[in-house]
Design a protein around this ligand. Structure first.
Ligand SMILES: Cc1cc2nc3c(=O)[nH]c(=O)nc-3n(C[C@H](O)[C@H](O)[C@H](O)COP(=O)(O)OP(=O)(O)OC[C@H]3O[C@@H](n4cnc5c(N)ncnc54)[C@H](O)[C@@H]3O)c2cc1C
Length: 417
């Protein structure tokens, strides 16, 4: 009997366990999934908790009920990965041998990486990337009566790179509804030269931030937080004062990846961007936020990666050459408040373009502009996540590889109408 071990039962690990259990014969392959916690959180919901739009208890389910019955789930911390011995060490000292390993340990915030950020943590400085952070921020926002709200991105890459923008837009809407918008100065502080990594989307989002009266402080690399004086201090000497800081701290891969010598300086696993195999070990594959590939760290991306990883695990098991299939496809709904959202669809090669999605002309979802339909589609993501994505089922009308149908390319430079 051969052994496939999947580290992490989050979005990627769970979906992959389903797909591979359907494809690998149970008589030939045992599949074990390891996670430190029995609870699976729907992380996109953390964005809505601070504004009272989702109750935290509706975002969590037991992992055991989310995996196929003939996959073994081990709830324990992963303490070491030994690629030379093809073995994983888990809490209690037990060793799990593997023939093929999939790393799906995701990434998490590391607020300790920025001096001072933890000094007034969850008093004046908050995150919304964790269950505890989003719940604490909900309580703080309820009593916030006015002042400067700084929404801060410390360093890229972060998971869901649009989430801090969405937070700023939702904050605008939240204070508008409470009649406090005039009393709150919202400032978006980013290490990027614009609000988003991709130029066309950055221009569209920048215009919308301007319309909503949200100031952008670009190219800001925070050296430290002066919690007593309530200000962010940049390496270039610039300062941003705040009354309430909502930070997306540095995101890092899990400690065990770093300790096992499998990660880069941010503990992301060097991974081939198209085959999703580890660059250093032939029997290790990586899915989702744990990989260092230049795709967005998002649940949609994990979904589009899953069949490539599953197919390549099967090929590796059969000694066949891998398929270089993954194209970096990402599909993100960006909540812009006031009941609207923007949809962007892109990959390694093609940046977000205007047009209609998923079908040309009829859409029905418009690309790169706010619409009510996109907002409803964003809310529909939650049942789709539990029912389809986690089970590794295809999404209706959306292929793993990005389609150009419905997208309008800008005219080539110098072309005449
Ligand atoms: C606020 C927020 C909003 C988001 N919004 C969206 C959105 O709108 N759309 C979208 O597509 N994506 C969104 N995302 C991103 C999405 O949730 C992640 O990209 C996705 O969950 C990544 O899946 P993963 O399997 O790589 O990691 P995860 O789902 O994070 O799973 C990693 C698992 O590994 C386990 N693990 C890690 N280390 C260890 C260890 N040492 N021992 C044992 N277990 C371990 C963890 O417990 C965890 O269960 C959002 C994320 C956040 C935080």
């Amino acid at each position: 009997m051969k052994r496939l071990v999947i580290l992490g039962a989050g979005t990627g690990g769970t979906a992959l366990a389903h797909i591979l259990r359907r494809r690998l014969s149970p008589a030939a392959w045992a599949i074990t999934v390891v996670d430190r916690s029995p609870d699976h959180y729907y992380q996109p919901g953390f964005l809505f908790v601070p504004f009272g739009l989702y109750a935290p208890r509706r975002l969590v389910r037991e992992r055991a009920g989310l995996l196929p019955g003939d996959v073994e789930l081990v709830i324990a911390p992963i303490e070491g990965i030994d690629p030379a011995a093809n073995e994983v060490r888990i809490g209690g000292g037990e060793a799990l041998p593997y023939d093929i390993l999939v790393i799906a340990t995701g990434c998490d915030i590391a607020p300790g990486e920025t001096p001072g950020l933890l000094d007034d943590w969850r008093v004046t400085a908050f995150d919304f990337y964790t269950p505890g952070g989003s719940a604490a921020l909900a309580r703080r926002l309820e009593s916030f009566q006015g002042g400067t709200l700084a929404v801060h991105v410390n360093e890229m890459p972060i998971k869901c790179p649009v989430a801090p923008l969405e937070f700023a837009f939702l904050a605008d809407w939240h204070f508008l509804r409470r009649g406090l918008r005039e009393a709150v100065d919202i400032v978006f502080v980013t290490p990027l030269s614009g609000p988003f990594t991709k130029p066309a989307a950055s221009a569209a989002l920048g215009a919308l931030l301007g319309e909503r009266g949200i100031r952008v402080v670009p190219d800001f690399a925070a050296e430290r937080v002066d919690a007593a004086a309530r200000k962010l201090v940049g390496y270039d000497g610039r300062e941003v004062a705040y009354d309430l800081l909502v930070s997306v701290p540095t995101n890092m891969g899990d400690q065990v990846v770093g300790d096992s010598g499998l990660g880069d300086e941010l503990r992301f696993v060097p991974t081939d961007p198209k085959t999703l195999r580890s660059k250093s070990h032939e029997n290790i594959f990586v899915i989702g936020d744990a990989a260092n590939v230049p795709a967005s760290k998002a649940g949609s991306v994990v979904h589009f990666q899953a069949r490539t990883v599953a197919g390549n695990v099967e090929r590796a098991a059969a000694g066949r050459p891998l398929a270089a299939e993954f194209d970096g496809h990402a599909n993100c709904f960006i909540e812009t408040g006031r009941g609207r959202a923007i949809l962007i669809d892109f990959n390694y090669e093609v940046e977000p373009l205007p047009g209609r999605f998923p079908f040309p002309l009829v859409g029905p979802l418009p690309l790169l502009k706010p619409s009510r339909l996109n907002h409803w589609a964003k809310l529909a993501f939650r049942p789709i996540y539990w029912r389809l994505m986690l089970r590794g089922r295809p999404l209706p009308f959306i292929s793993d590889r990005m389609a150009m149908a419905g997208k309008k390319r800008p005219p080539a430079a110098g072309a005449t109408a």
